[in-house]
Structure formats: structure tokens, C-alpha cells
Design a protein. Sequence first.
Length: 262
Amino acid sequence: MIGRTALALVAASSLGVTTLMAGAPAKAPAPVVPAEEPFVTGTFAVAYDTHFISFGQDVWALGNDWGEWMIHPSVELDFNLGGGLQAYINVWADVNDQVPSTIGGYVQELDLNVGFYYTIDKLKLQLGYYAWDYASQTEQGIFAKASYSDGLFNPFVAVNGRTAIAIPGYDEGLVYQAGIAPGTTLGPVALSFPITVSFDTEGYHAAGSGFAYVSGGIAASLPLTKDIALTLGVTYYHTQEDVIPNPDSDFITGSAGIVVTF
């Protein structure tokens, strides 16, 4: 989530020097009128991933195997409510051939996420509800995040609260996360170096509580046009086996995708 989020103000061509005509008074400059922000903006993305990771859990238990395929399409619509407030709706899917699908075709999971963003200068707040349909059941919960775009470390804190799940051994509970995402540019390529530390409550991943995982990686975005970009990423995970019982406690994931904004 993994997250997503503003348009430039367009000034009227009235910033030049006012022309004076002989025998006529100088004209007052036209007022600068900001362009009206669109009510609806959005993002469509498709990613090819080596793994499906959910809060540190290697969902398909692939470990360090990069031989399987995962396609993860998503679409998000953002609605400008004014005053820095946005409503969003996001749909994400996990598509692969790991097991027979309970949804249809190769679609193993279909997620609905709805909520609000509120931006104050460099601070962005998010509060949302989710319903994830997979394995003949629907997991539900509430997600909250605060991120600060300081241009250096770009820190964030987040809390995920699961309120419903119907898989034996898995409980309702909380995931607490904190991290940074330093960024820079290399020519047209935008680079990010996200680092996340995560903690679970008892039974969230059908195991113990406490430190769950730490991850670090590199993500790159290359713009093809104004509205289309290619993305690449590699992430290393170290998970605590008595909190998240993954097949490998240390593993690396890869991702490649395309993002279209509109």
C-alpha cells in the first residue's frame, strides 16, 4: 500500500510589464486566477511481482524462489473535497495460478479500500476501511497512516487494525509500522530507498507478538510521458519466525510495473 497524491496552479498571463499608450491611462494588471483543480483524479497500475507480501507475510510461501508469477493490477480514484481533503476508493487484485481460485479464473484475491486523505503542507494523513476477499472469506479492518514529505527522510507511521478474519489460527489485532523513504533523482529517474520496521499483536499472523519484520529496498520510477511511468523495485525482508512463520526468514522480492495517472 503500496501507497498512494496535487496539480500546479496556473497563473494568467498578466505578470509582464503593463504597456503604456500615449494619452491613455495605464491598465491595471489582470488578476492572477488559479486553475480549478479537477474533482476526480486517478491512478491505474499493473505490476509483475515475484511475491505477494502482506504486512511481512510471504502469502504464497515462496521464500527465495523467483520462479512463480504474480500479476497485481490496481486502480484508484481520488475525489477532491476541498481544503486539502480527498476521498479515495481503491481496488487491487492478486492474479496467479498457485491454487484453484475461489473468485474466478486466476484471481486469487480482490481487495476494496476506501477512505480519506488530508494534506496539510508536507503532512499527509490517511484513514481508511478495507475488505479483502480471498479463500472464500472476507478480511476486514481499518488502516491509518501519517507521512511527512520533508524531502530528506520522508518518515511515516502506520497502524493496521484487523477487525474480521475467518482463517483458523489468525486473530483480529494490530500491526504497528514506522519507516522512512529517502529519495533522490538520477537524470529522469526518481529513486526511493524505503525502510520499514513492523510489530504485531498476538495471533495476527497465527503466531506470537512483538517485532515482526524489517525491510529495506530500492524503487525506481522512469517517466515515459507526462502521465505514464515504468517502475522497478527490489526489497529485502528479515522476518521474525516466531511472529511471522514464513518459509524463509530472509528473502528478496522483485517488482516491475507501469503506472498511469489521469
